[in-house]
Write a protein that binds this ligand. Structure first.
Ligand code: GLC
Length: 408
């Protein structure tokens, strides 16, 4: 079997981490299968996929295509990328899309894969457009489609081309069904993670040193948010919650970020976060570590891992990873994230964007070591039961086989 993955970013966001876990899982289950990756840019994804034994082709997106995104379009007033602006940019990038599509079709034909597995919106579209006759494509959808008006339209138009769509949660499956209707069969595969890397024991980073803070007093409870710089990941909610945690409690907050995507309009910046920290007078209690590429070592240095997305989270890899590291987790309770946790059993929750409620949860955990320990144990057990990446091959292999059989 020859599987060709198409990924629209060379950096490591959640979808790319999942892709690497799929590759690792397939490698172990089917060592003789050939795995190929076509990726839109050089970078850590290409390196890590090669290290897993996949052959990698970098087929660079032209700049206009990599910057194109409608993640913020249709968002709350004042934050949206205007549709007009977006359509203008889409129109301007059309010539490069046409050229790229041709190059992609040529590359696919040369590789002649049994299955093409696309792992991001732009590649769902480009892959479907570039599909040589007889080739079979599966879309792996990691984000909600409806909030992206242009993408929703494109996916609806192209929905007959893929054999099926895989989603990372039932919540995303529902969203995709609403957009694409009966034309597309949809199946959910929950993400899997590496339980050896994300484990309770192992190296811990010095978060104070990384953030330029003096060492915290012994007994300080460390609470951290790990997220990309997308605004909806809730850095502001987390900071406002931290401002509500009484000064008398020994709690320190940390934010670890990465600017992983190049699309315009939906991103915050370190400067913006720093400004909010200062305006809330939190600089002595919040550390900004910058981009750290060892999330497990960050999580192990924390007592509490916070997920604070202000919009429904499609899956929320950080939730599964925090549980696997045996740390108490607080999640915002909406979307796919609600499918990962059992409230008060393996995590605490708050309503998206509700800083007061998040502050209450932080205080609850900061003042109750037994509760932290109980959630940590239950979280690790959940991760072992539900998020071991070896399950990915078990679920993907029959799908690929059925795709090939359908072609025969
Ligand atoms: C996307 C989603 C995130 C999910 C990740 C992996 O980044 O926004 O919720 O965890 O994909 O599926």
């Amino acid at each position: 079997m020859k599987v060709l993955f198409l990924n629209p970013s060379g950096q490591l966001g959640g979808a790319e981490v999942c892709l690497l876990n799929m590759m690792a899982s397939l490698r172990e289950a089917e060592p003789l299968w050939q795995l190929h990756l076509i990726v839109s840019d050089d970078g850590p994804l290409a390196e890590k996929a090669s290290a897993l034994g996949a052959s990698v082709t970098v087929l660079k997106f032209p700049v206009s295509l990599s910057r194109l995104g409608d993640a913020g379009a249709g968002g709350p007033a004042g934050q949206e990328v205007s549709r007009f602006n977006l359509l203008q940019r889409l129109f301007r990038s059309l010539p490069s899309v046409v050229i790229y599509k041709r190059r992609l079709r040529r590359a696919i034909s040369q590789l002649s894969p049994d299955v093409i597995h696309t792992n991001g919106f732009k590649m769902h579209v480009l892959g479907a457009l570039a599909l040589p006759s007889g080739a079979r494509i599966v879309w792996h959808i990691h984000d909600y489609v409806r909030p992206r008006p242009v993408m929703a339209r494109l996916l609806r138009l192209l929905a007959k081309r893929p054999v099926m769509a895989i989603t990372n949660s039932k919540s995303v499956a529902e969203d995709v069904r609403e957009v694409c209707g009966e034309r597309l069969s949809v199946r959910t595969i929950y993400n899997g993670i590496d339980l050896d890397t994300f484990s309770p024991g192992g190296p811990e980073l010095d978060l104070d040193a990384l953030s330029g803070l003096p060492p915290a007093a012994p007994g300080t409870i460390r609470v951290g948010l790990l997220a990309t710089l997308a605004r909806w990941k809730g850095h502001a909610t987390f900071l406002r919650a931290m401002a509500l945690v009484p000064e008398s409690l020994p709690v320190r907050g940390y934010i670890t970020t990465g600017n992983l995507y190049q699309t315009d309009g939906s991103q915050s910046s370190h400067a913006e976060i720093r400004k909010l920290i200062d305006s809330l007078s939190l600089s002595h209690r919040i550390g900004l570590t910058g981009l750290v590429d060892r999330p497990a070592s960050v999580m192990r240095a924390l007592d509490v891992v916070v997920h604070a997305s202000t919009q429904p989270e499609p899956f929320g890899l950080v939730i599964a990873e925090g549980m696997a590291c045996g740390r108490a987790v607080i999640t915002s309770y909406a979307g796919g994230a609600t499918e990962l946790v059992e409230e008060k059993i393996n995590a605490l929750t708050h309503q998206p964007g509700d800083a007061e409620e998040l502050a209450e949860r932080i205080v609850e955990l900061a003042t109750d070591s037994n509760l932290r320990a109980r959630l940590a144990r239950a979280g690790r057990a959940t991760a072992e039961r539900r998020f071991d990446r070896s399950r990915l091959a078990t679920e993907l292999i029959p799908i690929y086989r059925s795709v090939v059989a359908a072609r025969a």
